[in-house]
Design a protein around this ligand. Sequence first.
Ligand SMILES: Cc1ncc(COP(=O)(O)O)c(C=O)c1O
Length: 399
Amino acid sequence: MTEPKRIAPAKKVANIKYAVRDILSVAAEAQEKGLEMLYLNVGDPNIFDYKTPEIIVEAVSRALRDNKNGYAPSDGIPEALLAIRNNAEAAGIANIQDVYIANGCSEGIEIALSALCNEGENILTPSPGYPLYTALVSKLSLEMNPYFLDEGNGWQPDLSDMAERINDKTRAIVLINPNNPTGSVCTADTLRGVIELAKRHNLLIIADEIYGELTLDGARHIPLASLDHEAAILTFDGLSKAFLAPGLRVGWGVLSGREDLLRDYKGAVAQLCRARLSSNHPEQYAIKPCLSDKSHLPALREKVQKRRDITVEMLNAIQGITCVAPKGAFYAFPSLDVPAESEQEFIADMIRATGVVVVHGGGFGQRPGTSHFRVVFLPPEEILTRAYTKIGDYLSENL
Ligand SMILES: Cc1ncc(COP(=O)(O)O)c(C=O)c1O
């Protein structure tokens, strides 16, 4: 018998960080001290005063009662695929080559990148951006290739930075619009610039538009794929955010562009969908009804808008903080006047001292030498007001 050895995890896992949840170990220290905890770290509406629309609950309950619990077709149930296609076409997307449903956009994006990239290749990811993408870069043994968003320009993607970073191993550009964590919404010019670069270099664009229905200040979200019907674009959306049902784990991808250029890639995506049998089945019955009844959206936007207004006003009144007003989603990414090297520790100390849980900017990527943090402004006004007051008091004592 050989000596038993510890089971070694894969080395690449060490690089996979998810600051939004990793921060909870710091929060636990504050909780142990008996502080009132104010969680502004997770973009989950359902832990606050938002409720999944009844039509979703009804559709899923009915599917469960009707015994729709077998495996679904690997790409998704036909009625939902058709509803997604019609919804995308109504938003101006044409030349749709494929639609597939996944266990959240998270799985859909993982399938998309797994079907695309070989080890050692790279994808351009937004910095700041949602950490799923950098986690997948590690998981798929790709090279990191972040491009910056420009804070001085309302956090629009910096197109010249993007252009400079494209090399012969680049396979895709990821665009998160509206963005997490900055809440910025891309202008038509920015979108056209991204499409032009992608076409020039033969790249797939991953258009993560999960917050597309959640714009503020009357800002207009333009679906990237509506601007060009030839470019290779995979647009993601789902039920987690605007439809207030993240726990259902329903997301989808819509592949559009020239058929001849996308044929092989579409086959690879379908192969990976089959390899995991199917995504959640009963939950898919919610897709058609909720894409045809978005009546909850105006009230939702109005509620989030009020919370956004308090956020921008109160944070900008704090010395040491400057906050670009988000135009979409439910995140703000204010800059913090502390040296970049001490950002993470400063935020951790602030959480320990105040019980207000925010996430340090480094968890999303940012320009070297800058410091930020992300707040989720979903909570009710009185919680936000208390949280920002505590942050203000802490900064006035510690900056
Ligand atoms: C930009 C972005 N993309 C994707 C996701 C994940 O979505 P899903 O719940 O559909 O997996 C999130 C979740 O916060 C997100 O912020």
